[in-house]
Design a protein around this ligand. Structure first.
Ligand code: TRP
Length: 333
């Protein structure tokens, strides 16, 4: 008997994964495998919510994300790794949940207006975009998952999921769905090359698919304390994103050493970056090795996704039987 509680999380296939995704999400997902029965998936349908006008990269992104899942240490023998669109029950449940979801709940999700503001060049006044949290709810509750490891930005989405689950249970007098809970874990914020949060939309990311040469080049040219213009100027490490990366990837002693060196002009930015490059490379090397193997073995990656999706589909179908019956939609014709 497997009585471990269920964890589920996903990443939308709207870009390639970067260092921020690795440190902020994937590493946590890897460690959750010890204690929970985990479901991890690529949300390719969700990528259409904002990217419907140009879906040309969704396939490549999906494969890249799968490769990174496995390279980062998600273990297909322990976790169910799958692709959202390969389990069509998610779409069916999303449709059924949309019937019971008041528009007001969706309008109130902060990311609804925020994303529309951010992506002014796209028409995001669509049914699918507004229903993003409904599909996300289906993703979660179709496995009756208890915990959803996410960043703080996803908490409002999860609140909607809890409300929808509660409303379903209330309307149909069945306790089919547990209310999913967010699993917020403290992790260091990864700054991008320009000091803002690392994000594909800021064009400041170090991608997991970047070659060693590209990573080295990106760090060599990344921003430091802007006030420290000459080698002999003293700097403030807190104002340098390089220093914040040191805090994640370097030893305590090295962090103290470069901070001190920066403040006293004892170390130059180039030397400081060289130490970071060395440590980051050491940290990334195992993942890069596994990536190389997986990239040259695409069939193996797809096979993992197929098997995982099949396994997920069985679980999803079990839940859907109960849902169809509760909503009067089971087949009797
Ligand atoms: N919204 C998540 C993202 O931004 C992706 C996602 C889709 C998700 N469905 C989910 C996350 C269910 C957790 C649970 O990438």
């Amino acid at each position: 008997m497997n009585n471990k509680e269920r964890v589920l999380s996903g990443i939308q296939a709207s870009g390639r994964l970067h260092l921020g995704n690795l440190v902020g999400a994937l590493e946590n997902w890897v460690s959750l495998q010890e204690r929970y029965e985990c479901f991890y998936f690529v949300a390719d349908w969700h990528a259409l919510a904002t990217g419907y006008a140009d879906p040309s990269e969704i396939k490549e992104n999906t494969k890249d994300i799968l490769i990174n899942f496995i390279a980062a240490g998600l273990d297909p023998d322990r976790s169910t790794i799958f692709i959202q669109s390969m389990v069509p029950q998610h779409a069916e449940l999303s449709l059924l949940l949309s019937m019971i979801t008041p528009i007001g709940w969706l309008e109130r999700v902060p990311s609804f207006k925020e994303k529309q503001e951010q992506l002014k060049d796209r028409d995001l006044y669509t049914h699918g975009f507004m229903g993003y949290p409904v599909l996300q709810t289906a993703d979660i509750i179709i496995y009756r998952a208890r915990f959803v490891p996410v960043g703080v930005d996803q908490i409002p989405h999860l609140e909607v999921s809890r409300e929808i689950a509660r409303r379903f249970n209330h309307l149909y007098k069945e306790k089919i769905f547990p209310e999913p809970e967010g699993l917020l874990t403290e992790f260091p914020k990864v700054p991008g090359l320009d000091g803002r949060k690392m994000s594909k939309s800021y064009d400041n990311a170090i991608y997991l698919s970047d070659t060693r040469e590209v990573v080295e080049q990106k760090i060599r040219t990344m921003m430091t304390d802007p006030a420290r213009r000459r080698r002999t100027d003293r700097g403030d490490p807190e104002l340098s994103p390089v220093y914040h990366l040191h805090k994640i990837f370097s030893s305590r002693d090295e962090v103290d050493e470069v901070a001190q060196g920066c403040r006293t002009a004892g170390i130059g930015c180039i030397d400081c970056k060289k130490i970071l490059i060395r440590n980051l490379f050491e940290y990334m090397e195992p993942l890069w090795k596994r990536r190389d193997e997986l990239v040259s073995n695409p069939e193996m990656v797809l096979e993992i996704a197929r098997k995982g999706s099949q396994k997920a589909g069985k679980e999803a179908e079990e839940t859907m039987k109960l849902v169809r019956e509760a909503m009067g939609m089971h087949r009797c014709y």
